[in-house]
Design a protein around this ligand. Structure first.
Ligand code: CA
Ligand code: CA
Length: 310
């Protein structure tokens, strides 16, 4: 079971949904405890069959600023599907949903109390058997460089694909960043919403040193599918004004000329042959990674297409 990850994802999702109404005052000393009871009418569920959650909420300072109850199914690749959800329901009742995908079902309840702030509750997830097929969601995030100069922006290009009905209803790419240097520590946090399937965001490191960027991307689609991805990028930030080493885009084998031998070397490398290449020169489109796009660009250049190696 991967319940910890699921609970984190569910709580994180609920928190983001409620950020807009989260009060900022400190917790009151005499706020009454909130007691939530939840139970499901089964210990496992067959995909396509209904399952019912029975819940009750007592305590807290009512009325709550917001209250939502949901059942979400989770797949092994971190794709999730909202099975059902109800906002601002009565303080006790039932909620019925029909999971179609995934291998675990989690019921959770999130509320914002005037005095207690954001509160999150859930019960142990139960297995889903015989999930229907689904198309996993993917997101690629590619930095323009991993060795920027201080004060110069790094552009991250993202591309989301894979969902059958890929209309983002609500999504976030945000990142926290930690910088470490020899004389101390610094950190930062930024947050942005995205509503397109591809685009860019940027980060400008303020100092030289090693910077770890922990990106969190939470994607939600109109059909109820979602995905949380958390890639990490490590930037080796150079002092401001550092000259980049001279490079010859396309000279993959580093012999001073750009010709078909370079294209062959790159294709071999991409096919995991044991060849050494100049990775900086091989990054023909200067997007920070070496992949088939670079090989195609180089082949076009060698065939006299009107393209430019960068
Ligand atoms: Ca060459
Ligand atoms: Ca490239």
């Amino acid at each position: 079971m991967k319940s910890k990850a699921i609970h984190f994802l569910a709580a994180f999702t609920a928190l983001l949904c409620m950020l807009a109404v989260l009060p900022t005052q400190a917790q009151a000393e005499d706020a009454p405890n909130i007691v939530v009871e939840m139970s499901l009418d089964g210990t496992e569920i067959e995909a396509g069959q209904p399952i019912t959650l029975t819940y009750s909420i007592t305590g807290g300072t009512q009325p709550f600023i917001s209250l939502s109850i949901s059942m979400t199914s989770y797949c092994s690749d971190n794709t999730s599907f909202e099975v059902c959800r109800i906002d601002n329901p009565p303080l006790q009742g039932t909620l019925t949903g029909i999971p179609l995908y995934g291998d675990e079902l989690l019921a959770s309840l999130a509320l914002v109390d005037t005095n207690l702030g954001f509160q999150y509750f859930s019960i142990d997830s139960i297995p889903i058997i015989n999930s229907l097929d689904y198309t996993p969601i993917t997101i690629d995030i590619t930095p323009s460089t991993l060795t920027p100069n201080a004060g110069e922006p790094v552009t991250f290009t993202y591309e989301i694909a894979g969902n059958a009905s890929p209309l983002l209803s609500y999504s976030h790419i945000n990142y926290s960043s930690n910088y470490t240097y020899s004389n101390g520590e610094d950190y930062g946090y930024e947050y942005m919403n995205i509503d397109t399937l591809s685009g860019t965001f940027s980060y400008t490191p303020p100092h030289e040193g090693i910077v770890t960027l922990d990106v969190t991307a939470l994607l939600n689609f109109e059909d109820g599918a979602g995905k949380l991805v958390q890639p990490t990028f490590t930037l080796d930030v150079q002092p401001a004004g550092t000259e980049k080493p001279a490079r010859t885009p396309g000279d993959v084998n580093d012999d001073g000329t750009v010709n078909m031998r370079d294209a062959l070397a790159l294709l071999k490398k991409l096919a995991d042959w044991d060849v050494s290449i100049n990775a900086s020169n091989a990054d023909c489109n200067a997007d920070g990674t070496v992949n088939m796009r670079d090989a195609l660009l180089l082949l076009k250049k060698l065939a006299d297409w009107d393209v430019t190696l960068q």
